[in-house]
Design a protein around this ligand. Structure first.
Ligand SMILES: Cc1cc2nc3c(=O)[nH]c(=O)nc-3n(C[C@H](O)[C@H](O)[C@H](O)COP(=O)(O)OP(=O)(O)OC[C@H]3O[C@@H](n4cnc5c(N)ncnc54)[C@H](O)[C@@H]3O)c2cc1C
Length: 309
């Protein structure tokens, strides 16, 4: 891939001031949970909010932006991502314990770290986050949830920056949470969110966290690259049940395989390409439909270009 820096930053003078990392043609495969996918044409890891804001002001308005956290819910196609890929790092903005049981967290903070800090502050309600491998940005964008709780149950508001560097605060209602998504318009980057915790005893929180994590150990595949739940649960039935009933447990395409332990998880046997995962997912959708009449919808977000052959 030939990359011209001028295409991204027509007036590159200010770039030297940036403290974040800018890398061209950067492989993303090893950063993604599925361990597949092509490179980012331009990867930017902001140092802090000021740095991100400067970066956005230097970036050509013609360049498209993708924003991610831990890449635990995305299937990056083998041809990679054009434009700028922003990865929000854990140290972008910290966790702060506020008054009245509220707790704020920067977009790059890991869900499990927020859950742990809430426990230390004797604030319950965030235990479920301890077992989700993403960041706060990804959790808000996905309305992530498990064990009966979702982000929408604990969030008060989110702070966003847009393409023009304008910062806005949106309430839970304005974010418009949906099942594994939001009504947010494209181009809004979450920078920080405020959550409401409930006073609780540290030991009670710790034992709930331990229970959630041990339940996961027994029900989900371990030791494989995976993207977690591949499909959203339809209202009629759980996605894993539909996949199992269609006889797809253990089905393989290339190096991608339907986990025998949890049929809604696709695993990488070490050799998979993004195309293997996409083909396997699409085959599941077809076969589940012909077996049950129900159309599964991807929960994993598929991004990027196919590889030119
Ligand atoms: C083993 C495993 C178990 C999982 N278990 C669960 C589970 O129990 N429940 C659940 O809900 N999910 C689960 N997931 C999926 C995933 O961890 C969550 O969706 C998580 O919230 C994604 O966070 P992330 O930082 O990795 O987001 P990414 O995968 O990096 O991005 C996901 C989406 O969020 C958007 N996004 C990310 N950051 C920002 C930001 N700062 N501003 C705006 N948009 C942003 C991206 O554009 C993308 O559309 C699991 C995944 C794995 C691998």
């Amino acid at each position: 891939m030939t990359i011209k820096q001028d295409k991204f930053f027509p007036d590159g003078n200010g770039l030297a001031e940036l403290k974040g990392k800018i890398l061209f043609n950067k492989p993303l495969e090893n950063l993604s949970w599925l361990k597949v996918g092509g490179p980012a044409e331009c990867l930017y890891i902001p140092y802090n909010l000021e740095d991100l804001s400067h970066f956005l002001s230097y970036l050509s308005p013609k360049i498209n932006i993708n924003v991610f956290g831990r890449l635990s819910n995305v299937l990056i196609r083998d041809g990679g991502l054009s434009g700028v890929t922003i990865l929000m790092p854990p140290n972008f903005l910290p966790i702060n314990i506020l008054k009245g049981g509220q707790i704020s967290a920067g977009a790059g903070i890991l869900d499990k770290d927020l859950s742990y800090q809430a426990m230390c502050a004797e604030l319950g309600g965030l235990e479920f986050l301890s077992s989700i491998p993403g960041s706060i940005g990804g959790a808000v964008a996905m309305n992530a949830g498990c064990y009966g709780k979702e982000i929408k149950d604990i969030i008060l508001e989110g702070k966003f920056i847009d393409r023009k560097g304008k910062i806005s605060i949106l309430t839970k209602k304005e974010i418009g949470f949906l099942y594994r998504g939001t009504k947010l318009s494209e181009g809004k980057i979450l920078i920080e969110a405020i959550f409401q915790g409930k006073p609780s005893k540290k030991e009670k929180i710790r034992s709930l966290i331990e229970k959630i994590n041990s339940d996961r150990e027994t029900s989900q595949p371990k030791g494989y690259a995976t993207g977690g739940s591949t499909f959203k649960n339809p209202t009629e039935k759980k996605a894993w049940e539909l996949i199992k009933e269609a006889g797809l447990q253990g089905k393989k395409i290339g190096g991608a395989e339907v986990s025998k332990k949890h049929c809604n998880f696709l695993i990488n046997n070490g050799e998979a390409t993004a195309k293997d995962f996409e083909d396997l997912g699409n085959t599941i959708i077809e076969e589940v439909f012909s077996c049950s009449g129900i159309t599964l919808e991807w929960e994993i977000r598929i991004v990027g270009q196919h590889l030119d052959r």
